[in-house]
Design a protein around this ligand. Structure first.
Ligand SMILES: Nc1ncnc2c1ncn2[C@@H]1O[C@H](COP(=O)(O)OP(=O)(O)O)[C@@H](O)[C@H]1O
Ligand SMILES: [Mg+2]
Length: 243
């Protein structure tokens, strides 16, 4: 089945200040879209709005997932529909272990208790592919995680939840080359079976995941869309070139 996330003419404000101005995007299963743009241009605002963070007020436009109005759904209902978002700055949840969080997500999304041990082995195998020790399962979510651990944990959640549409906000920021390689290949694998929006500042992850579309956001608007050639154009000309 092909899933489609359609963002149409979206205006969004935060605390009464207009941040997004007429943003449109159309993402289908198997497509990788990359969103680049200067700091503060509104990239995280877009991802927060898609997932339904209540701080972000939609003034105009629509967000549809397979024709269903996401704006009428609460964040957890959007997650149930199969939308996943990795956080640029993930929150710490002291006292909740990684495995407990995963198990809750699994059961809430319809997983059965009788298959919990198979689920545990799957989590465990994904963890080792992501370079985590088994003992990591018992750590409190994001508490004292290094930057690389946080990003790998975001990717772990995506791999475990198997969403239909994933929005990865700077999942490649601040990674050393080996961690980038692990994350890059996992994200590439995942991108075959879901739609994906990768928000990034660097072209390094694009050595692993080949985008079908590259969009540039500036001052809350998408000012250019194209293929990989846009990435070299940005490198050469900088964001100031785009009006
Ligand atoms: N929760 C928030 N509260 C106040 N201002 C916000 C919030 N989220 C975003 N903004 C503002 O919106 C603008 C765009 O921010 P953001 O979407 O985070 O940009 P980017 O991810 O492209 O760096 C910035 O001016 C930022 O300060
Ligand atoms: Mg951001």
């Amino acid at each position: 089945m092909v899933d489609e996330l359609l963002v149409k003419d979206l205006d969004v404000s935060v605390n009464g200040i207009r941040i997004l101005d007429g943003v449109s995007l159309d993402i289908n299963t198997g497509e990788v879209h990359v969103l680049m743009g200067p700091n503060g241009s509104g990239k995280s605002t877009l991802s927060n709005t898609i997932i339904g963070n209540p701080k972000y007020k939609v003034e105009r436009g629509k967000i549809l997932f397979n024709g269903k109005d996401l704006l009428k759904m609460k964040p957890d209902e959007r997650v149930k529909e199969g939308i996943f978002m990795s956080f640029q700055e993930p929150v710490e949840i002291p006292g909740v272990s990684i495995f407990n969080l995963m198990r809750t997500a699994y059961l809430k999304s319809g997983g059965s208790t009788s298959e919990l041990s198979a689920f545990r082995s799957r989590v465990s195998s994904l963890m080792s592919q992501l370079g985590f020790q088994e003992s990591f399962m018992n750590r409190s979510v994001n508490e004292g995680f290094s930057g690389g651990e946080k990003k790998r944990f975001e990717v772990l959640q995506m791999m475990v939840l198997k969403p239909r549409m994933a929005i990865l906000d700077e999942v490649d920021s601040g990674l050393d080359i080996d961690t980038l390689k692990i994350i890059g290949s996992m994200v590439k694998e995942a991108s075959k079976s879901m739609g994906m929006l990768i928000i990034t500042h660097y072209d390094r992850i694009l050595e692993y995941v080949k985008p079908d579309f590259v969009h540039i956001m500036k001052d809350g608007r998408i000012v250019s869309t194209g293929g990989m050639e846009i990435v070299s154009e940005i490198k050469e000309k900088g964001y100031n070139y785009y009006k």
